[in-house]
Ligand binder design. Structure first.
Ligand SMILES: *Cc1c(COP(=O)(O)O)cnc(C)c1O
Length: 234
């Protein structure tokens, strides 16, 4: 099989699994956006996905995001999903990416500042360290609402919702309580917000746990390894 065939088969299997998870939980597949995470993928693999009409791509490193956004066709929606240092905000915003990994007030302030300079509005997710693991970035669940309240003065960021990563586990069911906790936190925070500012999206679910994430309300799932299964980079 060529790498095109492998990728085509992988993505249709994933789409079937998304559909099944939506059916199980009474959701519409149109509510769930699949983001192809290409951080370990060759550019040719990303191009194969573009040829299959896939348009949402995620990168975790600013440098690679910038490089690829110039190399690949320009009607791609880029998603920055990894830790972002404040001195890398400008090049990332110049790619037009939305940012899933806003993990501190200082980063948020910087995004607002640079977006204002560029005259753009940036869609963001606030990353929450819902499991409290020391190795993870993100707002503590109890501190995120303070930042969201402050954000009502910001004119250049649009808050889509919360994002998290569940702890690594062999059994996807182990991720469910973390996804549920993120959804509950978002619902709770929405109660204090005016309707037009309420968060509508949840970025959660990766290769190992995306079906559980969909069942718990994910709108953006970020998938890398399963999408490129059976391929090896050189
Ligand atoms: C790498 C990465 C993913 C994709 O992980 P897979 O397990 O390869 O699907 C999703 N989200 C973030 C933040 C990542 O860094």
């Amino acid at each position: 099989m060529t790498f095109h065939d492998t990728i085509s088969q992988n993505i249709s299997r994933i789409q079937q699994r998304i559909l099944a998870a939506c059916q199980r939980s009474g959701r519409s597949p149109s509510e769930v956006q699949l983001i192809a995470v290409t951080k370990y993928a060759e550019v040719e693999w990303a191009q194969a996905l573009i040829n299959l009409d896939h348009r949402d791509f995620g990168e975790s490193r600013p440098q690679q995001l910038s490089e690829r956004s110039t190399k690949l066709s320009d009607n791609i929606r880029w998603h920055m999903i990894g830790h972002l240092q404040r001195n890398k905000v400008r090049p990332v915003l110049e790619t037009g990416a939305m940012i899933h990994s806003v993990d501190s007030q200082r980063l948020l302030d910087r995004i607002e500042l640079i977006a204002a300079e560029l005259g753009i509005t940036v869609s963001i997710f606030m990353e929450v360290n819902i499991s409290g693991e020391e190795s993870k970035y993100g707002f503590a669940p109890e501190s995120v609402s303070q930042s969201v309240t402050r954000m009502s003065d910001y004119r250049h960021v649009k808050l889509l919702g919360l994002m998290t990563m569940a702890p690594h586990a062999d059994d996807p069911e182990d991720a469910r309580p973390y996804f549920r906790a993120l959804r509950d936190l978002q619902q709770q925070m929405n109660q204090g917000l005016p309707a037009e500012n309420q968060m509508q999206s949840l970025s959660m679910g990766m290769s190992g746990d995306f079906e559980v994430a969909i069942e718990e309300g994910a709108t953006h799932i970020r998938i890398g390894s399963t999408l490129f299964e059976g391929l090896s980079s050189d």
